[in-house]
Design a protein around this ligand. Structure first.
Ligand code: TRP
Ligand code: SF4
Length: 336
């Protein structure tokens, strides 16, 4: 039986942090063994938000690819490619855009939330929402269908985008004849990763993240400033580890000493500074293999280029096939 195809994407807007790793990346590393896997560096999508910061997007593409390779994405198993190098995606986007109403895009819960966040962050008025931004779900549908993605591993916040893709596929097939397959979401069982400050979400813009590429000194500073049980003042005050982010991260990175941490904390036999220092050393230990791989790829930038060029080539071939089918169904294959 032919392997099913997984297609996922990530916007290049900075380095990966632990939230990305535990929420998504770690899962992709497992999935690449089981599925035909495509990982898109969604630079065109990143530009919908960052069109005025091309340098940031450009630099992030490389940072992100090195991060992904460092956590164990294996170019022999997974195809890593850059969205903008596949013009077929842009063509599909144009064709699909006829099949989506503006009202439907405005009702898309993911888009709605993002518009709301934009307004909160920048006080942006509705009028400054661009056509490109509003239309990014259409381009994401092109991403997914171009590579015949059957399964799309996403977090819950992205579900409406998959739903929108399915609608586009169905509409396309109804009008032009069965051409495209509708994808299914592949939800990872991993919940959202909390931030160092106790926020429900670790996020770059929230300033509460540990990045995989952070220097040990920075990680130390961040861990030392993490939220603990604020009721605990003195070293021997008993505390509640379940409301402490330091404990949360001990657990997240799989500290084998977890039971002791918990018991000592509850019994007032553990100071927060010592507890944070232990977390720091376990965290650095946990990151060690990732750091080692990163160093290797940073010292061999030509290898990263090769991986991307090869990925782009392979991805383009499939997208060309899809576009050919789509044009045929739409009767714009004039010279076939
Ligand atoms: N929208 C996704 C994000 O915000 C990135 C993305 C781009 C994507 N294209 C995709 C995800 C295709 C899944 C499938 O990170
Ligand atoms: Fe958190 Fe450790 Fe302090 Fe307990 S001892 S509150 S787990 S930092």
């Amino acid at each position: 039986m032919k392997k099913q195809t997984i297609l996922t994407g990530i916007r290049p807007t900075g380095h990966l942090h632990l939230g990305h790793y535990f929420g998504a990346g770690q899962n992709w590393v497992k999935l690449q063994d089981k599925f035909e896997t495509y990982i898109e560096i969604a630079d065109v999508q990143a530009l919908t938000d960052n069109f005025a910061n091309p340098d940031k997007v450009r630099k992030s593409v490389r940072d992100l690819v090195v991060d992904l390779l460092s956590i164990g994405i294996d170019p022999k198993k997974a195809t890593l490619f850059i969205q903008s190098t596949i013009p077929e995606i842009a063509e599909l986007t144009v064709f699909y855009s006829n099949l989506v109403t503006i009202a439907r895009l405005e009702r898309n819960p993911t888009v709605k939330t993002e518009i709301k966040q934009k307004k909160e962050l920048f006080g942006q008025s509705g009028e400054s929402i661009t056509y490109g931004f509003l239309g990014y779900p259409v381009s994401q549908a092109a991403d997914i269908t171009a590579f015949k993605g059957n399964l799309v591993p996403v977090g819950e916040d992205q579900l409406p985008l998959i739903e929108q893709c399915r609608e586009i596929v169905n509409k396309f097939n109804n009008i032009y004849g069965k051409t495209l397959d509708a994808p299914e979401p592949y939800l990872s069982e991993i919940p959202r990763i909390k931030g160092l400050d106790g926020n429900e979400k670790m996020g770059k813009s929230l300033g509460n993240a540990i990045f995989l590429a952070d220097d040990p000194e920075i990680i130390k500073k961040k861990i030392m400033g993490a939220l603990t049980d604020t009721q605990k003042i003195k070293i021997d005050d008993p505390a509640n580890p379940n409301i402490c982010m330091v404990y949360y991260y001990h657990k997240l990175i799989g500290n084998k000493n977890l039971k002791t941490v918990c018991e000592e904390c509850k019994a007032g036999k553990r100071g927060c500074v010592a507890c944070k220092k232990e977390l720091l050393s376990k965290m650095l230990e946990f990151l060690k293999p990732i750091v080692k791989k990163r160093k290797y790829y940073e010292e061999h930038p030509e290898l990263v280029d090769e991986i991307l060029k090869e990925g782009n080539r392979k991805a383009k071939k499939i997208a060309e096939e899809t576009l050919k089918d789509v044009k045929k169904s739409m009767k714009i294959n004039y010279f076939d």
